[in-house]
Write a protein that binds this ligand. Structure first.
Ligand SMILES: O=C(O)C(=O)C[C@]1(C(=O)O)C=C[C@@H](O)C=C1
Length: 358
């Protein structure tokens, strides 16, 4: 076998793939027309998951499930854009971890806009300027993002999907001589999360740690100075064209952030692996047992609670709270229906969506 003859085989397979992809797009175009006439939503995460699960099972070759997911993420993104381009806002700047999370859901081919604050992402979806908004909700080392939780109460948006991504930091620089590096830029919190790497590689070297407002800004600065480096996300180093010298330099590989995809009107069909988020403003939470009794209703129906977060109601000089509650299951499940009906006046449903496995 020569390289030339192998490449001839690859070219012929690519021709077939392209033909099949074009055939798929023709069917997708028809789905788009059908959806337009019935005013149905384009993005169906539960259908995408069903397709991926089926392909994981069906695959007998060298492709791993992660490889299949990566390829199909872009196929879905192109398909959705063909049906109807839908703009996705995310908490910027470009190259942020939220950008990475947005791409993990919508692929590289979607129409994105980076916005400066979590509130501006909520507002862009609320006003219809963007169809979806991606914001962080919690990090497993740093805890909850209060601003996101409070805006879920304040605004009338729903959760269409969630994404969980591991927070990996890369060390990006144009030089590969560590002793030549004069400045290392990053967010202060990232220095803390990569302290072991910095100790092991830079103890006794002249490099100065310079905190800046975002890891994307750090990558930008490293792209402008040949003797500077950045601790940033992989996507930021790519975006600013700074070579990655070391990958995964964080102290713990257990660092993960969870993001929400927000939409104005959205319902997912049941996938069998769903999670539901609600807001509960229970009356008399200062009376003993009110919250416990409410949570007991979930236990009685074997519904597994995954999060109970309390936030101040900010009503007068009192200490009263509302709760963000998450549990396994879908709003159409009979047990969930019973609880929602029973507490119709106190509970707001925010969404049932496919549970992210990270
Ligand atoms: O099945 C649909 O509802 C489609 O719109 C098609 C398709 C696909 O490419 O398979 C595209 C977008 C949806 O998010 C899910 C699936």
């Amino acid at each position: 076998m020569t390289l030339e003859s192998l490449r001839i085989q690859i070219d012929s397979i690519d021709d077939q793939l392209l033909q099949l992809l074009n055939q798929r797009m023709e069917v997708v175009r028809q789905v788009g027309e059908l959806k337009k006439s019935t005013k149905s939503v384009i993005y169906r995460p539960e259908r995408e998951k069903q397709i991926l699960d089926r392909l994981h099972q069906a695959s007998t070759g060298l492709l791993t499930p992660a490889a299949i997911d990566a390829i199909y993420l872009e196929i879905f993104a192109v398909s959705r854009n063909l049906e109807m381009p839908e703009r996705v806002a995310y908490l910027g700047p470009e190259g942020s971890f939220t950008h990475q999370a947005a791409e993990s859901r919508f692929g590289a081919m979607s129409d994105y806009i980076a916005l400066p604050t979590i509130r501006s992402v909520f507002e862009s979806v609320e006003t219809g300027r963007c169809r979806f908004g991606v914001v962080p909700i919690e990090n497993n080392q740093e805890g909850i993002v209060n601003e996101t939780i409070d805006l879920l109460l304040e605004k009338d948006l729903l959760i269409a999907a969630e994404a969980q991504i591991p927070v990996h930091f890369t060390f990006a620089t144009q030089t590969d001589v560590l002793s030549e590096i004069t400045h290392i830029y990053s967010k202060d919190i990232a220095f803390g999360q990569c302290s072991k790497f910095l100790r092991d590689y830079f103890d006794g070297l002249p490099a100065q740690l310079v905190p800046v407002e975002s890891t994307s800004k750090a990558a930008k600065l490293a792209s402008q100075h040949p003797k500077a480096a950045a601790i940033c996300s992989n996507i930021a180093s790519k975006l600013f064209g700074v070579p990655v010298l070391f990958d995964n330099i964080e102290d713990t590989d257990l660092n993960r952030t969870r993001f929400l995809v927000l939409a104005k009107d959205f319902t997912n069909q049941k996938s069998g692996h769903d999670k539901t988020t609600i807001i509960a403003r229970l009356p008399n939470t200062n009376k003993p047992g009110v919250l416990a009794q409410f949570l007991q209703e979930f236990d009685a129906r074997h519904i597994n609670l995954t999060k109970v977060e309390s936030r101040p109601l900010r009503e007068g000089a009192t200490f009263r709270y509302w709760f963000l509650i998450e549990f396994e299951g879908h709003v159409e499940d009979p047990g969930v229906q019973e609880i929602l009906k029973h507490h119709a006046a106190d509970v707001k449903w925010l969404g049932s969506y496919v549970k992210s496995l990270g």
